[in-house]
Ligand binder design. Structure first.
Ligand code: ADP
Ligand code: MG
Length: 899
């Protein structure tokens, strides 16, 4: 991330003003943050911070005073609209330290101080430590992660401060890159140089390097015990030293940035080994799980299937899709919930209607816990609990069938803190201000003492208004007005023409004369104003007291509140999947503890959802048996190979996330790792030297796929010269078949590979059905048994508008090659000749060369002419086609002559 280069140019200032001196002192302890220095209604930046800030925000750079003869650059943003500016700075990778006044004039006087009021940094905003709604996308998590280290071991801890989630995982058996890909943390805290350059490549996370002391595992253990107020962490689980280092560093970093104002975090949870399906970054990208290759949400698998009605539900669905489970029972439990809602559609629709748009309890609770919550956050809790209770009551009233045990458990969790609603709801007014200090949020009738103070305040206001009538009558000046401004407070205001009259009246004290009007104060007005402001101050103080009490009350049940929020999110996700299942005819996958993979009439969730009305997606079966079968899929471009591969990977991911899947039937043996690679030519977004990347990524599969894994390879080897690509694809297939023995779908344009079916017994050939009609081909998008007999590339070229002459020539060449008379590669023969794993590809190259030599020769052209003539059916030729044909045939003759 970009860091301001500290205030190097300012350290040598000899005689700064007291204010600049104070600024420099604060800045010195926050060299790596932009310092937002509060002055009245603005946050100001100075020196280099001002230059960085002004250019990052596109605001005017001004100056304030001089230091040693040079102007001091300055820029500022208004306090009331600071959030927008903060979010732009944070997303540009900056850290921002908020420096506020930390004493009032009375305190300053008491300590006998002079000069500027004491100021200090109250909080440092970094990408991973945000909690404000305005700064965060509602439907995704914002994780702060910390990489801990102890001895040889490493662990990663992560927390979302805006929701309270907090977890840690040992990296002994889980790869850091996969974990980071799953979490996509906004910020990663680590030791200096902890990440290798390869790790850093492609990581969009902001890296915050911290001193080694932050990562001490013993200190971490103490910090965790202190944070949770326990003497031992045994009640939370068993944590390794690296885990303590990671979780401790995370807590320490939060303390550092929040200046001790700690968020409420759930009990530290531990992610066990093998809990999740492993999905590496390349696979996530190519399957477009939560984002498309172009980086957008729309068009991703998540956006196609997300029907949740709350932000927390959206976050949970995203998290589940990003981290599908790898344990049968846990998956079944989620599916049971969905199934129950599928069986009770009417109830599901009504419950969703109630839950829709429910406020974000997690984030409200987190803000209240951090001390920046307001009345609306209390209201969010109250409303959520009220609606949750309505949902549970509705469910109970509607069905004579008892809900399954786990749903019943969720209902109970939801209801546990329900009593809080009856404490909060009567206290809160209908219209609520954002901040407690704006007052006016306690409902009339809730607190008699407050109502009395408000009555006093209103009475004073009424008396002030009445006084105006008094003065009008007694002075006879009908246009006399009682007005209020910040300088004079309440005062009498008359036009200049009437001023003389009041000057004579000793009740009126002359204060101000302007061009149009003359202003007076009176002792009566002053007294009423004092009464008014005392009553208003006391009313506000009383409201703040009530706010604090309610806030404490809410926080005292924060554990059961966050459990309730989580349960509501789970219900939302289950109902969303049920709703989707009914709307788009998804089915419950049958999850097993074996290596089956049997999909009947599977569809692609995203393409299907984007299909224009009237068009239907063609479903396809996929059966990888139960012995690590490989399907080799061939067929022309645009026939639907990639779609077929991806839909099966998506189905596996959705199934293990505990969701229904777009198929008529699906039977899936739990997959431990899923891999997807797309040949470079299909992957335009990346723009890097592609072949190397492709090979590195393929290597990862061959090294890591187990017999429980699922692999899709889409035209790998394309990024290089034909025979290199063919050779690599060939050897990869063999390795997958013999060594990895994983379930594999392999799409290729190398027809030679289909001959491998003779050598590899678990490899079978499949192709995309096309129909030829009137010289055109029609893609049926159907997967059928057997290899495609030809590539149809020539037909696609015709569709693409290549000149007829070129098409004709290509077709002629093709027929000739297929006739096999000119040294075209006989891959079938290769298979028989060569032992597995020890190929000599020179034979392939030699075949290519001899083909190349012959193709240009005169006899080849004559042959081409003959076969072209043979292929013509004059009855079917339109006049225009006949003309084209004549040109084409002439070209063939001239080719023959030239040769
Ligand atoms: P290939 O990988 O064989 O070149 P794609 O999988 O990219 O082909 O598919 C090409 C286009 O065909 C896709 O954009 C999609 O819209 C359409 N398509 C693919 N499969 C189907 C299907 N089963 N039903 C309907 N349309 C499909
Ligand atoms: Mg493709």
């Amino acid at each position: 991330m970009t860091q301001p280069a500290s205030t190097s140019g300012t350290a040598k200032i000899k005689s700064p003003t007291p204010m600049i001196a104070q600024y420099l002192q604060v800045k010195e302890s926050h060299p790596d943050s932009l310092l937002f220095y509060r002055m009245g209604d603005f946050y100001e930046m100075f020196f280099e911070d001002a230059e960085i800030g002004a250019s990052a925000l596109g605001i005017t750079l001004t100056k304030r005073g001089k230091s040693d003869g040079d102007d001091i650059p300055m820029c500022g943003v208004p306090v009331h609209s600071v959030d927008g500016y903060l979010s732009r700075l944070i997303s540009a990778g900056h850290r921002v330290a908020i420096c506020e006044q930390v004493e009032d004039p009375a305190e300053q006087k008491k300590r006998g101080g002079k000069g500027p009021l004491r100021r200090d940094v109250v909080r440092i905003l970094t990408p991973g430590t945000l909690t404000e709604d305005d700064l965060l996308p509602p439907r995704s998590h914002n994780y702060l992660a910390a990489l801990g280290q102890s001895g040889d071991g490493m662990a990663l801890a992560w927390a979302d401060m805006s929701t309270g989630d907090f977890a840690v995982q040992d990296l002994a058996s889980v790869r850091l890159d996969s974990l980071l890909a799953m979490l996509a943390p906004a910020e990663l805290v680590c030791l200096p140089d902890a990440l290798s350059p390869e790790m850093l490549q492609g990581l969009t996370t902001c890296i915050s390097e911290q001193a080694p002391s932050l990562f001490d595992s013993s200190a971490g253990q103490r910090a965790l015990c202190g944070y949770y107020g326990v003497t031992s962490l045994d009640g939370f689980g068993q944590f390794t030293r690296p885990m303590l280092s990671a979780a401790g560093a995370l807590l320490g970093y939060i303390e550092l940035t929040q200046k001790g104002n700690m968020p409420r975090l759930r009990p530290l949870s531990q992610i066990g080994d093998g809990g999740y399906m492993e999905i590496d970054q390349a696979t996530r990208r190519s399957l477009e799980i939560t984002r498309t290759l172009g980086g957008e949400t729309k068009g991703s698998l998540l956006s196609a299937i997300d029907m949740t009605v709350t932000a927390a539900g959206g976050r949970l669905l995203a998290a589940r899709l990003g981290a599908p489970l790898a344990g049968c029972d846990a998956i079944q439990a989620r599916l049971d919930l969905v199934a129950w809602f599928v069986d009770h559609q009417d109830l599901c629709v009504d419950l969703r209607g109630l839950q829709k748009g429910l406020p974000d309890m997690d984030r409200a609770l987190s803000r209240l816990g951090m001390g920046h919550g307001g009345p609306r956050d209390l209201d969010a809790l109250a409303r959520s609990l009220t609606v949750a209770a309505e949902m549970v009551a509705l469910a109970a009233s509607r069905t004579s069938l008892a809900p399954p045990a786990n749903l019943d458990g969720l209902y109970k969790t939801v209801m546990a803190p329900a009593g809080l609603a009856s404490d909060l709801t009567p206290a809160l007014a209908d219209e609520l201000p954002l901040l407690a200090r704006d007052g006016g949020f306690v409902r009339h009738g809730f607190d008699p003492a407050l109502d009395e103070l408000r009555a006093l305040r209103d009475e004073s206001r009424r008396l002030i208004a009445a006084l105006q009538q008094d003065y009008v009558t007694s002075t006879g000046i009908a246009s006399l007005k009682v007005k209020h401004n910040n300088v004079l407070g309440y005062h009498v205001d008359v036009r200049s023409a009437h001023a003389e009259k009041l000057m004579q009246d000793e009740r009126f004290i002359h204060r101000q004369t302007t061009a149009q009007t003359v202003r007076f104060t009176t002792t009566d007005l002053a007294q009423l104003e004092r009464d008014l402001s005392t009553a208003a101050d006391r009313a506000l103080a009383r409201e703040l007291e009530i706010f604090d009490r309610l806030r404490e009350l809410a926080l005292s049940s924060s554990d059961s509140l966050s459990a309730a929020a989580r349960a509501l999110a789970e219900i939302d996700v289950a109902m969303a999947s049920a709703q989707l299942a009914c709307k788009r005819h998804y089915c419950r996958p049958d999850i097993r503890d074996d290596i089956s993979f049997e999909i009947i009439k599977g569809r692609h969730a995203v393409i299907e959802s984007l299909m224009p009305a009237g068009e239907t997606f063609i479903p396809n079966d996929c059966g990888l048996g139960d012995s690590g079968d490989i399907w080799l899929v061939t067929g022309p471009n645009m026939a639907g190979k990639s779609t077929f591969l991806r839909q099966n990977a998506h189905i596996a991911i959705m199934a293990q996330a505990g969701l229904y899947v777009p198929a008529e039937q699906a039977c899936i043996g739990v997959i431990d790792r899923i891999f997807s690679r797309v040949g470079a030519a299909d992957d335009l977004a990346r723009g890097r030297s592609t072949f190397m990347v492709e090979m590195v990524e393929t290597a990862a599969i061959l090294n890591r796929a187990t017999d429980r894994s699922f692999v899709i390879l889409d035209e790998i080897g394309r990024g290089t010269a034909t025979y290199d690509g063919l050779a690599i694809a060939w050897a990869t297939l063999e390795h997958l078949h013999q060594q990895n023995r994983c379930r594999t779908l392999f799409a290729t344009h190398y027809h030679e590979l289909t001959n491998l079916r003779h050598a590899l017994d678990r490899l079978s050939c499949h192709s995309m059905k096309v129909r030829e009609w009137d010289g055109e081909i029609i893609f049926l998008h159907q997967v059928i048994d057997g290899a495609a007999d030809r590539s149809y590339g020539v037909h696609v070229a015709r569709l693409a508008g290549l000149p007829a002459a070129v098409i004709g020539r290509a077709q002629a060449l093709l027929s000739e090659m297929e006739a096999g008379g000119h040294g075209v590669i006989d891959a079938g023969k290769l298979v028989e000749d060569l032992p597995l794993f020890d190929h000599d590809f020179s034979a392939v190259e030699a075949g290519a060369e001899s083909a190349g030599l012959n193709l240009g020769s005169a006899s080849a052209s004559a042959e081409a002419l003959r076969s072209r003539l043979e292929s013509i059916n004059p009855d079917l030729l339109a006049p225009r086609e006949a003309l084209d044909l004549v040109y084409e045939l002439r070209d063939l003759i001239s080719d023959a002559r030239d040769g």
